[in-house]
Design a protein around this ligand. Structure first.
Ligand code: HEM
Length: 135
């Protein structure tokens, strides 16, 4: 990510996460577009939604601290391998995440903001998969 992209993620994250609807919209969208993935998750998503938002907020908050950012993701990647998450699943999850951001940010979702969050998710995917491979 470029410094400008980091700044754009930091400038839009609050507006995206405020209100407490992000996780619900994200999982609704994910299971609508990739119903096959639903079986990997438990029936009650309440606790997961909180954990997901806490982790996402920690990641955004540590985006300028590569060691912390990387270690959260390596751990998350190892954990996700145990959840049965395969590399191919990162695509649909990324699409649902970006579409949710677009939905909530509305006019603030400019091409530059889209590119910044896309770059962030690409980095997250790379580090999680590295963690999953046990490197
Ligand atoms: C944006 C990147 C991601 C973040 C921040 C994230 C975050 C999390 C967190 C915090 C948990 C809870 C872990 C715990 O119980 O301690 C979790 C669980 C899980 N995640 Fe992710 N995740 C991401 C990507 C993915 C992807 C790509 C998949 C693929 C389908 C996935 C599937 C799952 C599953 C199946 C669980 C377990 C759910 C359950 O126990 O019911 N996640 N995720």
């Amino acid at each position: 990510m470029t410094p400008d992209q980091t700044a754009l993620v930091l400038a839009t994250a609050d507006a995206a996460f405020v209100g407490g609807h992000f996780a619900t919209r994200f999982y609704d969208r994910l299971f609508a577009s990739a119903p096959d993935l639903r079986i990997l998750f438990g029936t009650d998503l309440t606790a997961l939604k909180l954990k997901f938002m806490n982790t996402l907020a920690s990641l955004v908050g540590s985006v300028q601290h590569p060691v912390i950012f990387g270690s959260i993701l390596m751990h998350l990647g190892r954990q996700h391998r145990r959840f049965g998450v395969l590399p191919a699943y990162y695509g649909p999850v990324g699409e649902a995440l970006l579409a949710t951001l677009q939905d909530i940010l509305g006019e603030r979702w400019t091409p530059a903001v889209a590119a910044a969050w896309t770059a962030l998710y690409a980095e997250m995917t790379e580090r999680m998969q590295e963690g999953a491979r046990g490197e």
